[in-house]
Design a protein around this ligand. Sequence first.
Ligand code: PLP
Length: 227
Amino acid sequence: MSIAERLNQIRSRIAEAAAKVGRDPRTVRLVAVSKTRPPGDVVAACRAGQVIFGENYVQELTVKAAGIAEPLEWHFIGHLQSNKVKYLAGLVTLIHSVDRLSLAEEISRQWGRLGKSCDVLVQVNIAGEATKSGTTETGALRLVRDIALLPNVRVRGLMTMPPFFDDPEAARPYFAELKRLSDLIAGEDIPGVEMGELSMGMSGDFEAAIQEGATLVRVGTAIFGER
Ligand SMILES: *Cc1c(COP(=O)(O)O)cnc(C)c1O
């Protein structure tokens, strides 16, 4: 199957999952995760109407972006070291993986130099896995409050990566928990914070994530094939 055909399939599956819970499918945006894939794959997806692409590695993203002329939007979704933030400034429209204040401070500094603000999501490690990035569930509200005080960063929601399961239903409680946490933080009415986005769900479990409220699903393998 071609990338265009796989994209069409994913779009139908997104629409069906949204319809099942009475959601407008336009409230779910697809992030095509293009890590390890060549620029030609990104261009093919672009020509098939895909707009948002997610990358995990700064070096890979900057090289790839420089070689692509198509109009598209880059999101950064991987673990991010503060000393690499400067390479992303002005290049990405959303960073999904902010998990500590020092990182948000550096993002604010670098976007501030451009006279702009960066939209970010706070990554939460719902399951508390030692191997995964993300703030703790109890630390999330505090982190959002602290980031809200920075001049050039805007919190737009939360992101999570649940533990890996073969059964997509097994991830559902973690998605529901992120939604609950997001509602709780939204209820605090922190100035400058808009908790509109929930980035959750990947190739194996994006339908369950949509049913639990995802607004951004990050899908790689199901579009581009096995890495
Ligand atoms: C690789 C990656 C994805 C996509 O995973 P697939 O299983 O290939 O869909 C999504 N989110 C993050 C943070 C990733 O690193």
